[in-house]
Design a protein around this ligand. Structure first.
Ligand SMILES: NC(=O)c1ccc[n+]([C@@H]2O[C@H](COP(=O)([O-])OP(=O)(O)OC[C@H]3O[C@@H](n4cnc5c(N)ncnc54)[C@H](OP(=O)(O)O)[C@@H]3O)[C@@H](O)[C@H]2O)c1
Length: 165
């Protein structure tokens, strides 16, 4: 079975985006995202793909979901269902689900782990949210707290959750 991880940056209200953009600019979060996903597979919704400033991300297998079979996503593979996309992944593949809201909601029950950046601030405006993290299902495995600095406008914590057995 492939390993499935969800990766997201969420604020205090579990907000993740506004008008198809991220809410906070945290270079260390982007760095961790790159470190974890490079060499692996990233799976995303069509809107998240459209939000990527330079299109498909390099040195990773990019998978995009859309009901529009003619959606153009150079550098990425297009699938029309999560089931089809996962069926096209190999057993030794590590799949990172990278959003957005719709995809997180549809895949959280399939995921083995959540790799979250919990931002200790509230976005002024948001229209996309991460689903509820049920403590009966998810166990906090690692916690790495980081303080605000000249490049990071607020405190944030890298938190990994694993599914309880
Ligand atoms: N903070 C974070 O870590 C983070 C990460 C990623 C994204 N975001 C934010 O999340 C927001 C976008 O989330 P969103 O929910 O609006 O969009 P999304 O999940 O990125 O994309 C939604 C689209 O994906 C396609 N789709 C969804 N489920 C599908 C399925 N089962 N089969 C086939 N296609 C499917 C549909 O495309 P079609 O309409 O083409 O059929 C749907 O409109 C943005 O604000 C973005 O910035 C935040």
């Amino acid at each position: 079975m492939s390993k499935i991880s969800i990766i997201a940056a969420i604020d205090k209200n579990r907000a993740i985006g506004f008008e198809n953009k991220l809410l906070f600019w945290l270079p260390n979060d982007l760095k961790r995202f790159k470190e974890l996903t490079t060499g692996n597979t990233i799976l995303m919704g069509r809107k998240t793909f459209e939000s990527l400033p330079k299109g498909a991300l390099p040195n990773r297998r990019n998978i995009v979901l859309s009901s529009n079979a003619s959606f153009s996503c150079p550098g990425a593979e297009l699938f029309s269902s999560i089931e089809d996309a996962l069926a096209n992944c190999k057993d030794d593949e590590h799949i990172y689900i990278i959003g957005g809201e719709g995809i997180y909601r549809q895949t959280i029950d399939l995921a083995d782990e959540l790799c979250l950046t919990e931002i200790e601030a509230e976005a002024s405006e948001a229209d996309a949210y991460f689903p509820d993290i049920d403590a009966n299902i998810w166990h906090k495995k690692n916690r790495d707290a980081r303080q605000t600095d000249d490049k990071h406008p607020c405190n944030y914590v890298f938190v990994d959750y694993e599914r309880r057995r």
